[in-house]
Design a protein around this ligand. Structure first.
Ligand code: UDP
Length: 457
């Protein structure tokens, strides 16, 4: 993309939420804005720091977060959000104050662009009289689920627990309350209420809401969000199609799997990955291994460190499994996922349906076998299976017979073939949206113009 804004000397400050599924879209958006002529500063908590050497074009500034350096478990995610928002506010304020003191007319901060979960950044922006923009890395449907059901007195939200007696939740159609399990979890109910209120307040004060989705996928949800917030909304996916792929993995990508894929027949491989946070137990690992082995399909499986709670995963796979599978299976600790999904040998994706993985699969026309674990993953699965009809859900316990059957349905049966056709149709829409004049292309240009205009006085 052209660099037509260079002469204006505008800097964007991105504030990251330190988990893989959030770091990737934020750095990708930053890369696109860099290609449009903005200078970029990435402010990030010390926890899960990205590697600055992979992005020499950006300035990286770590801020103290007071989070223990131990791994945050999915169950603690709401606690982590709350802690980051309390601990990082002062450090961010100091950091931006320093930048403002040092700025000159050739390098002015246009805007603070923060991950919506780091909502304290909007307070910092307000305090320093700078514009702020909130980025939501989840589906528009998730944004909506957090924003609906305000209490009549406008003092916060009705808890999802209190809504359980409602049969129909028309506000969220096609979702059902049971698609939002973590939000109904008694243990985190107060943290969820706090988060919903803070997310909405920050969006109301922000200059724009940027949603990591494609408008043709979620038109209804986007329309409803627009009805709830006066803020302009920009959809920015599929940004990895608008700029070169960036490498922002916290784990080292094993690229050997690409040469393995090169040796496989077209559309024959099922790619298996449960993302950066989900975990299974030892028994589930073995059932998965034997399910894949017995399906007789070639597979590429990401067994990342930490996938099995409390064990070194690869050591748990028996010799008999390796002998049975031989060259038909490839196991890596972390894959270059975008490249894998774009590879002609990949015909299906067994995914936990994290939002990035879901979109990455759709962008490449790859149908999914869905196994959600927590958070918004259940919600994403409803859309994949029931709305876009490009996947099937692997329900019940992880057991080798179920797995074998589901993998075959996706990879070799007519049902899977129909899903593949629909997925390819969505891919065509994606490709149209990034062409000149397409919806994503336009939205990205409008967003860049908006960013530039905010502090142009
Ligand atoms: N990813 C990757 N290699 C892997 C597994 C995942 O590069 O082996 C990337 C994937 O492309 C996606 C991100 O990690 O961009 C995971 O985000 P997602 O929202 O799908 O799930 P989360 O990790 O947040 O549960």
């Amino acid at each position: 993309m052209e660099k037509h804004r260079e002469q204006k000397g505008s800097r964007l400050v991105f504030v990251l939420y330190p988990f893989q599924g959030h770091i990737n879209p934020m750095l990708q958006l930053a890369t696109i804005m860099y290609s449009k002529g903005f200078s970029i500063t990435i402010v990030h908590p010390q926890f899960n720091s990205p590697d600055p050497s992979k992005h020499p074009q950006f300035t990286f500034t770590p801020i103290a977060d007071d989070l223990s350096q131990g791994k945050v478990s999915p169950a603690d995610l709401f606690g982590a959000i709350s802690a980051l928002n309390k601990n990082c506010e002062e450090p961010l304020k100091e950091c931006i104050q320093k930048m403002l003191k040092a700025e000159d007319t050739h390098d002015r901060i246009s805007c603070i662009i923060y991950d919506g979960l780091m909502y304290f950044a909007q307070s910092v922006a307000d305090h320093l009289k700078l514009p702020g923009m909130s980025v939501r890395t989840s589906a528009a449907a998730t944004v909506l689920a957090f924003a609906v059901f305000r209490r009549g007195d406008e003092q916060g939200y009705i808890s999802f627990l209190d809504l359980m007696s409602k049969d129909q939740v028309t506000e969220l159609q096609p979702l059902r309350l049971k698609d939002l399990p973590i939000l109904r979890n008694q243990d985190v109910a107060d943290l969820v209420l706090e988060l919903r209120a803070n997310l909405s307040d920050s969006v109301k004060k922000s200059s724009a809401l940027i949603v990591n989705t494609m408008d043709f996928l979620e038109q209804n949800a986007l329309k409803q969000i627009q009805g709830l917030f006066p803020t302009p909304i920009f959809t920015v996916r599929p940004f990895h199609k608008l700029a070169p792929i960036i490498f922002s993995s916290l784990l080292k990508e094993d690229t050997n799997c690409i040469s393995w894929l090169d040796r496989q027949a077209p559309k024959s491989v099922i790619y298996v990955s449960f993302g950066s946070l989900a975990s299974i137990d030892e028994k589930e690992l073995l059932e998965t291994a034997w399910g894949l082995a017995n399906s007789d399909q070639p597979f590429l499986w990401v067994v990342r460190p930490g996938l099995v709670r409390g064990s070194k995963c690869a050591e748990l796979l028996p010799k008999s499994f390796e002998e049975r599978v031989g060259e038909r299976g490839c196991i890596v600790e972390w894959a270059p996922q975008l490249e894998v999904l774009a590879h002609g040998a990949v015909g299906g994706f067994w995914s936990h349906c994290g939002w990035n993985s879901t979109l990455e699969s759709i962008c490449e026309g790859v149908p999914m076998l869905c196994r959600p674990f927590f958070g918004d993953q259940n919600l994403n699965v409803r859309y994949v299976c029931d709305v876009w009809k490009v996947g099937l859900e692997l329900e019940n316990e992880l057991e080798r017979g179920n797995i074998e059957k589901a993998v075959r349905t996706l990879m070799v049966n007519t049902e899977g073939e129909e899903m593949r056709k629909r997925a390819m149709h969505l891919k065509e829409k994606v490709n149209l949206s990034v062409r000149e004049g397409g919806s994503c292309y336009n939205s990205m240009n409008e967003l860049a113009d908006q960013m530039l205009s905010l502090r142009s006085e």
